[in-house]
Design a binder for this molecule. Structure first.
Ligand SMILES: C[S@@+](CC[C@H](N)C(=O)[O-])C[C@H]1O[C@@H](n2cnc3c(N)ncnc32)[C@H](O)[C@@H]1O
Length: 230
């Protein structure tokens, strides 16, 4: 059953997938649920280098307008993630404190944003009994950590593959089955693919689903070209 879901991005409401999974069958959930802050209404045209605008029409065309970020997921989603996973890393954990236990093991992602009115970074809650860790990974408008291999941005809250690879390097072991129930652009799938980790990703929005599958297929072609894993 799990084998049928593996190494794919699935187009579904993740609750239906989570409910099919046995207790503690996933080694690590690495995910980034909607924060409930309507991010897609404050569209941000990265490629054109435009600053954040609260008028979506002003920068229409980069990311589609969608309602996926109008509310955080219900408690049932967090309960199911806890049931199926041995470990969880949840970006935006500061928006979900009512559903997550106190933890020593938070992650701070420093985006190297410089001095402007954007936040300095983002927080991820983890259930690891570790100290707080900081990852510095530039992701600031046109600026990216790896300017020679810039990532195409297809989602307004896309996480850099390089950042997720560093987190997986430090928080997973060989062969771990990783799940991202809110996978967006598919960055988690690509990071797993590069490390050779099995994964299950789920994205409900049909357009993000299609774009992320295309991104994953491109990645697989590249990996084949270089004859195997990184
Ligand atoms: C914060 S974004 C994730 C972005 C992702 N980390 C990336 O790097 O692109 C959350 C995503 O969850 C999706 N989503 C929201 N509710 C969902 C659900 N119930 N099941 C599956 N996907 C869902 C949204 O369409 C959105 O793309």
């Amino acid at each position: 059953m799990i084998a049928d879901l593996m190494d794919k991005i699935i187009n579904a409401d993740c609750l239906t997938v989570l409910k099919q999974l046995p207790d503690k069958s996933i080694d690590l959930i690495l995910t980034d649920p909607p924060y409930g802050i309507n991010v897609s209404k404050s569209v941000y045209n990265v490629e054109a280098g435009q600053k954040r605008s609260h008028n979506a029409k002003a920068v229409a065309g980069t990311y589609k307008h969608a309602d996926w970020d109008s509310a955080i997921p219900a408690k049932e989603y967090f309960d199911e993630m806890e049931r199926v996973a041995k470990h969880r890393i949840i970006f935006g954990g500061n928006y979900f404190t009512e559903y997550l236990k106190p933890s020593s093991g938070w992650i701070f992602w420093d985006k190297n944003n410089g001095s402007n009115d954007f936040g300095d970074g983002e927080l991820a809650w983890t259930d690891f009994n570790k100290a707080i860790r900081k990852y510095q990974y530039t992701w600031n408008g046109m600026l990216q950590q790896d300017m020679k291999n810039k990532e195409v941005r297809i989602h307004p809250t896309q996480k850099p593959v390089g950042l997720l690879m560093q987190i997986l390097r430090d928080y997973s072991d060989a062969g771990w089955l990783v799940m991202d129930p809110f996978s967006g652009s598919g960055s988690t799938a690509i990071a797993c693919e590069r490390w050779g980790l099995p994964f299950i990703c789920v994205e409900r929005d049909i357009d993000y689903y299609k774009a992320s599958v295309e991104r994953l297929n491109d990645e697989r072609k590249q990996l084949n070209l270089f004859n195997g894993r990184y």
